[in-house]
Design a binder for this molecule. Structure first.
Ligand code: HEC
Length: 141
């Protein structure tokens, strides 16, 4: 290797190192920005509640129950359309809540009569659907 090449190589390495320090700093932010909505957990990874609780709404992370409700569930559950139990109505939700969260969630995910699977929110994760169900049950006592 001649001197110029060596100088270039050292310079190049320096640039790469400087770049990787920068990259490490920004990595979390970038991963946050590019991760697919509602699909950040890999099987075997323990990220259920932590992922849901992370304050990431503005960067495309898990949506809150209220956000999901407003975007996908309100059309029926805010109006009673198609016979949907209405938010804020204890006599609509009380008997349903008694079935337990597992049953409610399974009906919300798989559908039940006029209740469409995932309430039409195909991009919602199970956690996001669960948050929306909790939002409705908690808001209807
Ligand atoms: C197209 C209208 C419609 C939309 C949109 C909709 N629902 Fe429903 N939902 C219904 C109807 C109708 C029922 C009552 C079904 C029945 O008991 O026959 C229902 C029932 C439910 C129940 C109670 C299930 C049970 O076991 O009693 C849950 C939980 C629920 N919906 C969650 C959701 C969530 C969460 C969303 C939004 C992500 C959503 N729904 C969006 C129409 C809708």
């Amino acid at each position: 290797m001649n001197k110029v090449m060596r100088a270039l190589a050292v310079f190049g390495l320096g640039a790469v190192l400087a770049g990787s320090v920068q990259a490490a700093t920004d990595e979390d932010a970038i991963l946050d920005r590019i991760k697919p909505i509602g699909d950040v957990c890999v099987e075997g990874q323990d990220c259920g509640s932590a992922a849901a609780a992370a304050p990431e709404a503005a960067t495309g992370g898990a949506r809150s129950g209220e956000d999901v409700y407003n975007a996908s569930c309100f059309a029926c559950h805010g109006t009673g359309a198609a016979g949907a139990p209405m938010l804020g109505n204890a006599s609509h939700w009380g008997p349903r809540a008694e079935q337990g969260m597992d049953t409610l969630l399974s009906h919300a995910i798989n559908g039940l009569n006029a209740m469409p699977p995932r309430g039409t929110c195909a991009s919602c994760s199970d956690d996001e659907i669960a948050a929306a169900v909790e939002y409705m049950v908690e808001g209807s006592k």
